[in-house]
Write a protein of this length. Structure first.
Length: 428
DNA sequence: AAGGAGGATTTTT
DNA sequence: AAAAATCCTCCTT
């Protein structure tokens, strides 16, 4: 365990440079989220056109039924291994799942249930597997108090490594580089690696450990890549730049609203009004907590991730292109021009492309045919409203706009019409 | 009650 | 002018 703890510390930058403190913090948050199952908080069912405010269910571990993944994941890890292909999606789902609305748990606080790797991801990331029949005897996940995130994280890693190291290498190579930035090679000289106190931990680097570390780095690269992609998507959806420093007050407000809705945080209201990006970035975690007692720290953690991403972008691609870091991200926006207002159908498609972030409010029923279902109409409408600065947006109005697409031949009802189910006429 | 179809009108970009 | 937003009536599930 100690040996592994050493390698986990190497969670860090994808470039040869050391990661900032906040970078580490951000990765820690990623890892934290990695272990939080998506959709943990029960769906809030707002009435049409109205929004549930307040009274959001708090993180109540004791009152929640223990979902199957929790019972099986920890004590019965990875006996039935999926084929590499599937593991890939597993890993990305886990990674992307970090960004999943996982409820309002306080970042940095370890709850035992965080130890559970989302078993659902191991079988089918799209499924709400805790709704499936779970005939296995309930295990007491809490009986593993010593087993921290690191052990868990490495369990995932071990699974990948022992099962198919070659595949992992392949995946790491094939991992889509984060927008525009050159995918850094796996570190080869430990000299430049950010502080690893492996010696202090009595770690002797055997061949095993070296390979382990290398693969771990690749996993980390994937993590970072996925996070950057998530941020890119969020930028598209929100119409803001990736670098928080560039945000104006409106952008900040949008980001706050979006984040709190996406992660179903308690609403902070206007606590962050009239702050521009620079102000926001200069605030400490304590400042955040003061503005919002309930979720200031979570917001801070998210902002930290964004800041780190922007930081990494800057370091990794020092203006070798004609584009700045921010523009690089934007150049990836292919489905619509950056200046043009986003269309509703584009917005919906973007949401659908990120099932692990938005899968609980909208998802594909049949991606090939372009059939999708809006699972949480109020939530989708809310997100659309945030995007368009239309606080009064609701599903009534959103659906009217969708119906306008009928005669334009963009969206239609599927052959067998079902509630909240639509179909893109031209699926990609 | 929530969703669906579509007309009419206004607003935003 | 296009695309939404808003409002509304009637209808279906």
């Amino acid at each position: 365990m100690k040996r592994r703890r050493g390698s986990l510390k190497k969670v860090a930058p994808t470039s040869g440079t050391n990661l900032s403190r906040s970078g580490y913090t951000a990765i820690a948050h990623f890892t934290h989220r990695l272990t939080s199952p998506p959709g943990w908080i029960p769906k809030t069912t707002g009435a049409r056109g109205t929004h549930q405010t307040g009274d959001r269910p708090a993180w109540e571990p004791d009152s929640q039924p223990s979902p199957p993944y929790l019972r099986t994941a920890v004590t019965e890890p990875f006996t039935a291994l999926a084929p590499p292909q599937r593991l890939h999606s597993t890993l990305s789902s886990a990674v992307v799942g970090m960004g999943s609305p996982a409820g309002g748990q306080v970042a940095g606080t370890l709850h035992p249930s965080h130890l559970a790797f989302a078993e659902s991801s191991l079988t089918d990331p799209e499924q709400d597997s805790w709704e499936l029949d779970d005939s296995k005897p309930a295990r007491d996940a809490l009986a593993l108090p010593e087993r921290g995130l690191q052990g868990l994280y490495l369990s995932c890693f071990d699974m990948l490594f022992t099962e198919d190291a070659a595949w992992l290498l392949k995946v790491a190579e094939g991992a889509p580089p984060a927008a525009g930035s050159p995918r850094p090679e796996p570190r080869k000289d430990p000299e430049q690696c950010p502080v690893i106190d492996s010696q202090a931990l009595g770690l002797s680097l055997g061949l095993d450990a070296q390979m382990e570390e290398r693969s771990l780095e690749q996993v980390q690269s994937m993590v970072v890549g996925e996070v950057l992609k998530d941020i890119e998507t969020a930028c598209k959806l929100l119409n803001i730049t990736p670098d928080p420093m560039e945000w104006n007050a409106g952008n900040v407000q949008k980001w706050v609203l979006w984040t709190e809705h996406l992660y179903r945080l308690p609403q902070v209201g206007k606590a962050f009004q009239d702050l521009c990006g620079k102000d926001l970035c200069s605030m400490s975690e304590e400042d955040f907590r003061q503005r919002s007692l309930q979720c200031g720290d979570v917001l801070y953690a998210h902002l930290d991730i964004w800041k780190s991403a922007a930081w990494m972008k800057e370091r990794c691609s020092p203006g070798d292109d004609k584009l700045t870091a921010g523009e690089e991200l934007w150049s990836e926006a292919d489905s619509f021009c950056s200046g043009q207002p986003i269309h509703l159908w584009q917005f919906l498609r973007e949401l659908l492309l990120k099932p692990h972030s938005y899968g609980r409010c909208i998802r594909w029923l049949n991606k090939e045919k372009g059939i999708f279902k809006i699972e949480d109409s109020a939530h989708v409408a809310r997100l659309w409203g945030i995007r368009k600065n239309r606080p009064a947006m609701n599903y009534d109005k959103l659906s009217r706009s969708i119906r306008q697409y009928y005669k334009k031949g963009i969206i239609r009802k599927p052959d067998v019409s079902q509630r909240l189910v639509y179909q893109f006429v031209h699926p990609v």
